[in-house]
Design a protein around this ligand. Structure first.
Ligand code: NAD
Length: 424
């Protein structure tokens, strides 16, 4: 099977937008290339005392708008090309959000048994290995990150606990007592108080704004959600608060559907107590994928990437899709959806509450003052409302394609900043 190279896909996407905006080839080349790639050796010991060496990356794509910003993922299959592609996406996401940030992303190749032992089985020996990997990775990249240089955050299989280790290692290495060098830290170490809810909040607010503009309001509109973790649960909670009716949700074990509406608080409780929404009392049992194809007004994919493809896009009935997950719709499926008139709020907008929350955390760390959750929530809301309006205003320039409108706004800002700096 031919492997799709994520860096090539990201470059092709960028080329498509540049061509559409009439951006010259040499400017495209300046936009495409990374400013710096850091590759580091990460030694660690397994519980039997044996020494191993793995590899870690930090890709710094573009800093025209400000310091690099983006998560660090741990996975056995992390590749440099994947990290490069994700950092290009972060440049776009941060630009669209109007943040004073460029794009960066990191990754460490971590064996499955270490991740599973530490995260799922809470095995103390594996937790120790994971901690050693975190400290050794961050110490190695410490000369290249900083509160005004590059600010990492969690991504796949990293969390606030890992951020706490990064912070501590950075402080030991540099001797500086700065807190804003990483974000999404535990609240006790300066983490944003609304950070946990911020991604789901942006997905819900974006869907509400699009429904107000395109469907005459959010009240009573039906919603289905695939994935009921951090992003899916908060999206459900806030959409229900706005008056929408959550009719279907699923997780990796299956799902539940009730056309009369599901009780979100009950769903969260059942998921917490039993591990899956399939144990919700009432409704009809459905498969993990079924929420994608139900006859609803709004669909929130909040699980995996690439779930809507050219082979199933025709079956999607929702009028609006708010992408909580990163990349749930393939480029070919996108074209089918645009032709059908489905309005897609792209991931770089619909889940940008996470990075906006991270930005607010760093601002507070820098001034050594806590705004509190309410102010963080309000600021995220304001940015999402403005940005949904911007893409709705420009979608017709791109044949109704919300994703292209979002990319265009993001790329134009980066190009403008590069011109002002005299880089192009
Ligand atoms: P999570 O691990 O908390 O939850 C993932 C959920 O998806 C779980 O309920 C899991 O059971 C479910 N799932 C897994 N496979 C599934 C399948 N085949 N069908 C249906 N459900 C399935 O993760 P999360 O933090 O909620 O992230 C979800 C998505 O949102 C990811 O794509 C992530 O990259 C993206 N995202 C999250 C954040 C954040 O701050 N949490 C920020 C930006 C983007």
């Amino acid at each position: 099977m031919t492997q799709i190279n994520p860096r090539e896909v990201a470059s092709e996407q960028l080329k498509k937008i540049c061509d559409k905006l009439g951006i010259e080839d040499e400017v495209y080349e300046m936009l495409r290339q990374h400013e710096r790639i850091v590759i580091v050796k990460v030694p660690y010991h397994t519980p039997d005392g044996k020494l191993h060496v793995t590899v870690g990356y930090r890709a710094q794509h573009n800093s025209a708008l400000g310091p690099y910003k983006g998560g660090v993922r741990y996975h056995r299959n992390v590749t440099l090309d994947e990290v490069k592609a994700l950092s290009m996406r972060m440049t776009r996401k941060n630009s669209l959000a109007g943040l004073p940030y460029g794009g960066g992303k990191g990754g460490v190749v971590v064996p499955k048994e270490v991740i599973e032992g530490a995260r799922k089985k809470h095995d103390p020996a594996r937790i120790k290995t994971m901690e050693e990997i975190s400290r050794n990775y961050f110490r190695a990249i410490s000369p290249f990150v900083g509160v005004d240089l590059d600010i990492p955050a969690p991504d796949v299989y990293t969390n606030p606990q890992v951020m706490a280790r990064f912070l501590d290692e950075y402080q030991r290495y540099t001797g500086q007592k700065v807190f804003g060098v990483v974000t999404a830290k535990p609240i006790e170490l300066g983490g944003g108080r609304f950070r946990g809810a911020s991604t789901g909040r942006s997905t819900a607010v974006a869907a509400r704004e699009a429904a107000n503009a395109l469907l005459g309001g959010i009240e009573g509109k039906t919603v289905s959600i695939q994935g009921f973790g951090n992003a899916g649960q908060y999206a459900a909670k806030f959409l229900a608060e706005f008056g929408a009716k959550i009719v279907a949700v699923s997780d990796s074990k299956g799902g539940v559907y009730d056309p009369n509406g599901l009780d979100v608080e009950k769903l969260i409780q059942v998921k917490k107590e039993t591990g899956s929404v399939v144990n919700y009392p009432g409704g009809k049992k459905i498969s993990s994928d079924e929420p994608l194809f139900l006859d609803v007004d709004i669909l929130v994919p909040a699980a995996l990437e690439g779930v809507i493809t050219k082979d199933n896009a025709d079956k999607v009935k929702a009028k609006i899709i708010s992408e909580a997950a990163n990349g749930p719709i393939t480029p070919e499926a996108d074209e089918i959806l645009v032709k059908k008139g489905t309005f897609v709020i792209p991931d770089i907008l619909a889940n940008s509450g996470g990075v906006i929350g991270s930005y607010l955390e760093r601002v507070q760390n820098r001034i050594m003052y806590r705004y509190g959750a309410e102010r963080e929530k309000k600021e995220i809301e304001k940015k999402i409302v403005e940005n949904v309006k911007k893409i709705l205003d420009r979608k017709d320039e791109f044949g109704g394609d919300g994703r292209m409108a979002a990319y265009a706004i993001a790329v134009e800002r980066v190009v403008n900043a590069m011109k002002l700096r005299g880089r192009i």
